[in-house]
Design a protein around this ligand. Structure first.
Ligand SMILES: [Zn+2]
Length: 348
């Protein structure tokens, strides 16, 4: 059996021949969803975000997403042809190509591609959000040229994309990298995955908020945070209070940093990476998290790794790495599909 690529099929007349080709990238987060338009040179032409509102259910979310994509593409459709949509989401199983019970979305199992096909004729691909961020860093960011690295995304939860020998680590069941759900405390904080004590219940935007609440109950320190409504509190406000030396906010960052630094030292023992790249609003907060994390990381790191692992902060903001990674994954999926489509099986 000989397989060959039939190049004559590539001579199809394309009605969009004169239009520049673009991909739409989507990064679905527990709090916000980012939409980006990327050309085939990976220039980010457009970026916007809207609240995910996951509790309204998957169908409502998809309708809002489709409306937003259509609104955005309307601006571009005269000059650009849409070649595909790359979606990054939590809980994506690489093997089943579906979203499986993401902890912070409460959607259960979702065949996202099938749902999206009801609205779009263009190819749609799906990738785990932290894996998309890792691809974004590998192709366009701080991990360029690296073969072994870990990207940690600190948002509503904690995601991890792990690259080993240049390739994303998917694992036997398509679910490698759920570091946010490693249990670090027996009978610890309740996690949205249904268990207790997961890393992301401490190290995430929601985790630091919970830490502030606990510290306000335990400590007698004077703190302006006591005057705020807990429900309205967010990690950005905690950062601003810490910048102004609020003792509770500073303690919350130190507590979070110690847990993160220890977890990162453990990750090094598993994967021996060249670098760990941190991303997310908490990380970009004026070195408040980074400096103590580095201190604790060095403290807990096994001796022979010391001085060998870089701790870097992503140069991207607001899910851009995941959007670019989702687009590059989509583009690769499209070109693979085209090659598959053009393969002629010769049984002679
Ligand atoms: Zn969990």
């Amino acid at each position: 059996m000989i397989s060959k690529i039939d190049l004559t099929n590539n001579k199809m007349v394309n009605k969009n021949l004169n239009k520049e080709k673009i991909i739409i990238g989507v990064d679905i987060g527990g709090t916000n969803t980012v939409i980006g338009i990327v050309d085939f040179n990976y220039n980010l032409l457009f970026e916007d975000s809207f609240p995910t509102l996951p509790n309204n259910g998957i169908n409502t979310f998809v309708k809002r997403l489709v409306t937003r994509i259509n609104e955005v593409f309307l601006i571009y459709e005269n000059s650009y042809s849409l070649e595909g949509i790359g979606v990054a989401a939590p809980g994506v199983n690489y093997l089943s190509n579906t979203i499986e019970s993401p902890a912070n979305l409460n959607w259960g199992n979702v065949d996202f591609i099938e749902i999206m096909k009801n609205y779009f004729h263009t190819p749609i691909s799906l990738i785990n959000d932290a894996n998309a961020a890792a691809l974004g860093e590998q192709n366009f960011g701080k991990a360029k040229g690296m073969k072994n690295f870990i990207v940690l995304t600190l948002g509503t939860g904690l995601g991890a994309g792990i690259v080993v020998d240049g390739n994303l680590l998917y694992g036997e069941n398509g679910f490698a990298g759920e570091i946010g759900h490693t249990i670090i405390e027996i009978n610890g904080r309740q996690c949205n995955c249904g268990r207790n004590g997961c890393l992301e219940t401490y190290v995430s935007a929601t985790g630091i908020k919970k830490t502030v609440f606990n510290l306000l109950c335990q400590d007698n320190d004077k703190s302006e945070l006591r005057n705020l409504n807990y429900e309205d509190l967010n990690s950005k406000q905690i950062s601003e209070f810490a910048i102004h030396n609020d003792p509770i906010a500073l303690k919350a960052f130190d507590y979070t940093a110690e847990i993160l630094g220890k977890a990162m030292a453990n990750m090094v023992a598993f994967f021996d990476p060249q670098a760990i790249i941190l991303s997310g609003g908490l990380v970009n907060a004026d070195n408040l998290l980074l400096e103590p994390t580095y201190k604790y990381f060095e403290k807990y790191l096994l001796n022979f790794y010391k001085g060998k692992v870089q701790i870097l902060v992503s140069g991207f903001h607001n899910g851009e790495a995941a959007v670019l990674g989702a687009c590059s994954f989509a583009l690769k999926s499209i070109s693979n599909a085209q090659i598959d489509h053009n393969i002629v099986i010769d049984n002679d």
